[in-house]
Write a protein that binds this ligand. Structure first.
Ligand code: NAP
Length: 323
């Protein structure tokens, strides 16, 4: 396994992160396609055995059951200090007032709830899952700073938002002497490249580690455009992200993969990893072979002509995935 530093921090993470949104009770939350605990544990174990030390989950994934599964697996299969656990806050965990968002009250409750589900006394990376326009930024940033100072998180990170929002959060933290975000978890893959305009250059300039979500466009880049899997049928959020203009790029990935004699997933991941701002893509795994491909992609180098061929048909997309 190759390890790299998360942005400008000293934190060493594997160059592939295991996305734990694939794990959880299908009857909790809104991901009916998730793997049950036994199947999830097998994948987590496979990842740890292969040297993947970076696990990404969220309080909201399958209504907390992803964190519960990850917590039990880490307890059983790893030494706590060997693992970098990332989780997130913002999603709605219960109906009614204060059930979601980034208020001080929500953050200070949700970090404790996540720690309980994960059975740990700290997480390594605590990320805001989205921007909260209803809460003053200063309130959110000071609460996150307090989480770090209380020893409940080692670092803080952010996820999909506009670059101006992230820049504002960085300079506001600096102005107050609060803990700064060290990472950006954003949507980036061959068929969603809008982050190349503002966010990736901002992250490169500011020493922010970039850990893209859905690097395979939720599986779209790995198979025929019309293919159906358990996930494609029920992944409601995924259905909002891509459109038919993207099909030609998926076909080019398959064509290039056939020429190289490797699965399409490896080509698509090698393309994401190639961007100098990217630290580690967060891959979604629902079969052991998916993880094998993700790790093998680290050894696949695309040449400039291949990259140009994959990129050439891209047309700018409307901004999606911030909701
Ligand atoms: N911050 C955010 O807002 C946000 C949003 C989304 C995700 N995430 C994070 O990012 C992680 C990854 O997201 P994602 O699952 O959407 O990522 P992804 O890697 O783009 O998609 C994963 C899907 O691709 C297919 N796949 C993966 N490897 C494959 C291979 N080698 N061959 C064939 N098919 C393959 C599988 O589809 P099938 O299951 O259909 O076979 C799998 O479920 C999540 O677990 C989560 O931690 C964060």
């Amino acid at each position: 396994m190759r390890y790299t530093r998360l942005g400008a921090t000293g934190l060493e993470v594997s160059a592939v992160s295991l996305g734990c949104m694939s794990f959880g009770a299908a009857d909790r939350g809104n991901h009916q396609w998730t793997l049950d605990e036994d199947a999830s544990r097998a994948i987590i174990r496979q990842a740890l055995d292969a040297g993947v030390n970076f696990l990404d989950t969220a309080n909201v994934y399958s209504d907390g059951s992803s964190e519960e599964i990850v917590g039990r697996a880490v307890r059983d299969f790893a030494a706590r200090d060997d693992v970098v656990i990332a989780t997130k806050v913002h999603g709605r965990m219960r109906p009614g007032p204060n059930g979601g968002g980034l208020s001080r009250k929500a953050i200070l409750s949700e970090i404790d709830n996540s720690l309980k589900r994960l059975q740990v006394d700290h997480v390594d990376l605590y990320q805001i899952h989205r921007w909260d326009p209803e809460t003053p930024l200063e309130e959110t940033l000071e609460a996150l700073h307090d989480v770090v100072k209380a020893g409940k998180a080692r670092y803080i990170g952010a996820s999909s938002m506009h670059a101006w929002q992230f820049a504002k959060a960085l300079y506001t933290a600096d102005l107050h002497g609060w803990t700064r975000f060290v990472s950006m978890q954003n949507h980036y893959n061959l068929i969603y490249r809008e982050e190349e305009r503002e966010m990736l250059p901002l992250c490169a300039d500011q020493g922010i580690g970039v850990i893209p979500w859905s690097p395979l466009a939720r599986g779209r880049l790995t198979r025929a455009w019309d293919a159906v899997t358990a996930r494609t049928e029920t992944d409601e959020f995924g259905k909002t992200l891509y459109h038919d203009d993207d099909r030609i790029i998926v076909e080019r990935v398959a064509e290039l993969a056939a020429k190289r004699g490797v699965p399409a997933a490896r080509v698509a991941l090698a393309w994401v990893e190639r961007h100098p701002a990217v630290t580690a893509p967060i891959v979604g795994v629902t079969k052991p072979g998916h993880l094998t491909d993700a790790i093998a992609a680290l050894d696949l180098t695309l040449d400039d002509d291949e990259v140009a061929y994959l990129e050439e048909p891209y047309v700018p997309h409307g901004v999606v995935g911030f909701q």
